[in-house]
Unconditional design. Structure first.
Length: 351
């Protein structure tokens, strides 16, 4: 029931309309008692005809307002603005529609006098009930979906932490070992000292960010620079990573380790050599997406040191995490000799 930006919003309300419109058409004249409501006499048929026309036009018009406003303000946090806008548009439409119907049906068609604004007053309560039903269903469905997302995100987080605990050494032991190793490295060997420092930065970031759902792009890029530095020691200038980002975009959020996973994926599945350097570009697409692309030069069986066929587990992990945080999808494409992944930039922090 919560619309995404890629799928038009639709109301699944066929049953409620099929029941609600005829029911209100019969009940409104009976409850308001505007005239004697004797079944099957002339007054009854006239009141029924007016009520059916009014209910149908008011219901369908307000339904259209609900659909359009929800497309404009779909977010759970936009509920107050959405309700205010729906109230203003709904009351305005109901007033105009009922006034025109009074003139068209009562005076022009049947030549009957109708009390001023009576149709509008009669339609207020049914209109309120219609909005109450639609918004209650929408709110309940939104709440259920948010609960499901929260539970799924919690399961992903617990599983991720469990996997880390299974596959990593005790952090205190590892950092103590790194400090010991740093002491053993000659002070003049600055290259080894820098490599160890960057390795410590990478491992520290993994430990700190593993319990977070999002981090700022600034934090992720700082970590990525350290990770790329480690790989450039191995590949030298055969690995080229270029960033083209505006200062403002660094304050937006991404899922932790997502960029590193994409860089690692590119290195794993492509040739990185002097004759065929691997070129990776990180750039923004407006303020909503981050694009990571690399030239495709897949490893052959002879070049590969192991089973390099992609299982897409890493990519699917990124897709799954973003699906729990936003309606915007991760886009993966391969064309023109380039492999491209677009990940959404998030504007809010998810702890």
């Amino acid at each position: 029931m919560i619309p995404s930006q890629t799928t038009p919003y639709r109301l699944n309300d066929g049953t409620i309309r099929l029941i609600g419109i005829p029911l209100l058409s019969f009940l409104v004249p009976a409850l308001t008692k505007t005239s004697e409501f004797v079944p099957f006499d002339e007054v009854f048929l006239y009141n029924l005809f007016v009520s059916v026309c009014t209910t149908l036009i008011v219901w369908e018009g307000n339904r259209l307002i609900i659909v359009r406003v929800r497309r404009l303000l779909p977010g759970y946090h936009q509920t107050t603005r959405r309700l205010i806008l729906e109230a203003v548009l709904g009351l305005s439409y109901t007033f105009v529609a009922t006034t025109l119907l009074d003139e068209l049906i009562c005076r022009a068609l049947f030549h009957k006098e109708f009390p001023l604004f009576l149709g509008f007053r009669m339609s207020l309560l049914p209109t309120l009930l219609v909005y109450l039903v639609y918004e209650s269903v929408f709110f309940f469905e939104s709440w259920k979906q948010n609960v499901r997302k929260t539970e799924a995100l919690a399961r992903e987080s617990v599983q991720s932490q469990l996997d880390v605990l299974k596959n990593q050494l005790d952090p205190h032991f590892l950092f103590n070992s790194m400090n010991t190793l740093a002491a053993l490295i000659d002070d003049e060997n600055t290259g080894a000292q820098q490599y160890l420092e960057r390795l410590s930065d990478v491992y520290r970031y993994v430990l700190v960010s593993r319990s977070k759902n999002t981090v700022t792009l600034e934090e992720e890029i700082a970590f990525l620079d350290a990770y790329v530095y480690l790989n450039k020691i191995r590949f030298r200038e055969n690995l080229q990573v270029e960033k083209s980002l505006s200062p403002e975009v660094y304050h937006q959020y991404v899922t932790p380790l997502s960029l590193q996973m994409l860089i690692e994926n590119a290195i794993k599945h492509n040739v990185v050599s002097k004759d065929n350097p691997l070129k990776i570009k990180i750039q923004q697409e407006g303020s909503e997406y981050l694009v990571i692309e690399n030239n495709i030069q897949q490893k052959t069986i002879l070049q590969s040191t192991g089973p390099e066929k992609s299982t897409r587990v890493g990519l699917q992990n990124i897709v799954n995490r973003y699906s729990l945080l936003t309606d915007r999808r991760v886009e993966i494409s391969s064309d023109g000799g380039l492999f491209r992944v677009k990940i959404p930039l998030l504007t809010s922090f998810a702890a």
